[in-house]
Design a protein around this ligand. Structure first.
Ligand SMILES: [Zn+2]
Ligand SMILES: [Zn+2]
Length: 275
């Protein structure tokens, strides 16, 4: 083992591994196999956003509201209709190709160090609204047990664990479970997606959730249906409040959701869309 890791270290000095996103050689020793340029290419989500669900408002809509003298936009239509059971949701970046590919590395190759890097970004996002994101426990959105057995780990947990450590609070991956698997169909419409997660999560019997302020963590937020379903399960078990953080946020279209592809372990292999 020692010899092997020494040889690997030596090999990486002699022939640096390529960046897993752009394939350029990694010049500096890096904890994660993504070059600084690619890391800097992720597009952070900033104002104007819906103050509740964090959905970015298109600049043109926000400008129009300001120019017309109307009150500044604070809530999106869904949040004005009280759609979500979580109090707040925020995301680090726009779910574009670069961030999508980075998340696939986390999802299918268990790159724990990338999980740490994402956790650092989420800690920064939470720190911007520190009061709102005060929590007692960090809970990753769970996979269905069959899916987790197949994959061996839950990618959301790879982010939630280091985030909990960074925030100095407990990690509670045991609190929540997915009781109904995702439908096997390849593509789900937005409506089907909402239906597929409604009531699909539950807290574990015998574990105390009551009065806890929960910080839910996931890799991607699409319609918000998953965070909503998890929040409902936690709140019906007595959680005081639920807020959500995701690495990426789908910002356009929100049309049908392509299903996840089979695990791929090859660099530069065709990518799949998130579930
Ligand atoms: Zn790169
Ligand atoms: Zn909203």
């Amino acid at each position: 083992m020692f010899l092997r890791s020494t040889l690997e270290a030596l090999a990486s000095v002699l022939a640096p591994a390529p960046c897993r996103l752009c394939a350029k050689p990694l010049l500096n020793a890096s904890r994660i196999p993504i070059c600084p340029e690619c890391l800097a290419s992720f597009v952070p989500i900033g104002e104007p956003i819906c103050q509740c669900c964090g959905r970015p408002f298109p600049a043109i809509v926000a400008e129009h509201a300001t120019a017309s003298g109307a009150a500044p936009l604070t809530l999106c239509r869904l949040c004005r209709e009280n759609t979500f059971a979580f109090a707040r949701a925020r995301s680090f970046g726009v779910y574009d190709t670069a961030l999508h590919n980075a998340i696939l590395l986390l999802k299918y190759e268990e790159l724990t160090r990338l999980g740490h890097w994402f956790a650092e970004r989420l800690a920064e996002v939470a720190a911007r609204e520190a009061e709102l994101f005060q929590a007692d426990v960090v809970v990753p959105v769970p996979l269905h047990p069959a899916r987790q057995r197949e994959r061996g780990y839950n990618q959301a947990e790879l982010i939630a664990r280091p985030l909990a450590k960074k925030l100095g609070i407990k990690q509670g991956s045991y609190l929540l479970m997915r009781t109904r698997p995702r439908p096997a169909r390849l593509v789900l419409s937005r409506k089907e997606h909402w239906e597929s997660v409604r009531g699909a999560y539950a807290t574990r019997k015998g574990l105390r959730v009551d009065k806890l302020r929960v910080l839910l963590v996931d890799d991607v937020m699409t319609t918000g249906a998953t965070l909503d379903a998890c929040s409902r399960a936690l709140k019906s078990a007595g959680a005081a409040s639920v807020v959500g953080l995701t690495v990426a946020r789908v910002t356009s279209g929100l049309g049908p959701l392509p299903a996840p592809a089979m695990p791929t372990r090859k660099a530069g292999a065709p990518v799949s869309k998130h579930s």
